[in-house]
Design a protein around this ligand. Sequence first.
Ligand code: GLA
Length: 380
Amino acid sequence: MKTRIAEVFQKQFGGEGAFFASSGRINLIGEHTDYNGGYVFPGAIDKCLMAEIRLNGTDKVRAFSIDCDDYCEFGLEEADKPAALWARYIFGVCRETRKRGGKVEGFDTVLAGDVPLGAGLSSSAALESTYAFAINELFGNKIGSFELARIGQSTEHNYCGVNCGIMDQFASVHGKKDNLMLLNCKTLEYKYYPFNPVGYKLVLLDSCVKHELASSAYNKRRASCENAAAAIRRRHPEVEFLSDAHRLWLEEVKGEIPAEDFLRAEYVIGELQRVLDVCDALERGDYETVGEMMYQTHFGMSKLYEVSCEELDFLNRLARLHGVTGSRVMGGGFGGCTINLVKEELYDAFIADAKKQFAAKFGHEPKVYDVVISDGARRL
Ligand code: GLA
């Protein structure tokens, strides 16, 4: 990828720049908990977005995306927002850096990546984090790593219409080889967890389903949670996020909120506890419990949070039939991947059968990605 980027950069702009990269992410457990002030348990993966960048001494950014085969030039004022989504991510990062007092001027850049798009592996966070990190270095800004993640998150909110939590950008910036990260999204404290489940493999099965309306449905889920939290807060003022609420407090407001909001909140409160249970289980090396929690998460995401789909439910059921230790839809949902914790001796048969059965039902095979936990944002 690096060689290809260098060739295109040379052809497009002449000479060479500095290389930066940041990664996609997986999440072991803790889904839709980040914007509810709960825990998440992600890790960066060995699929990244890479960019070559060189300051150009103007007030314009000139960018070429190899994956979109598209060139875009834009200024750095609010009115200069580009129409192409891929360029808007870069623009948003520049604007959000400036809003935080950072210096940003024009640069030339070529980018490419191998994080599958729309698969729930946070290709957009990888893009945002690459530029947030690179701009911080190249312009000598001293913005801390958490704020770099926030720059990516605010880019989603303010320039891409997705009211996301902090998990993806956090994981992309802070990822560390062979480690998952337990992040408390309320206090922003985090801890690295060496993750090497001996005898097991983590594998993703990509349904290749992408839902057009995923971002508006995502925003709607978040609004439901906030509505439930607000109802609970009227009785229990100490509740800032759903993560502060007891299950019984949710029951108290059952008649006061739409049934749909109740189900969403019910899922979240269950999921908050499951992350903690998974941490305890991991410390004991008890992967059976980890896996069982993953299945429970899938059930909740499918039936209560309603962010799964037929294809993902199919893959989840198949995992169960094969005796796979844990399996669930990963990330925001509405398509994308299942994450599977599989005993090594079951791996080959499970993958072969998943491909065959899925293709027989849906007309194409799922894509298979073995997970390798890797570093996050970096200069190459
Ligand atoms: C998307 C969002 C994250 C998080 C997950 C669900 O990936 O970007 O902030 O909410 O969905 O856990």
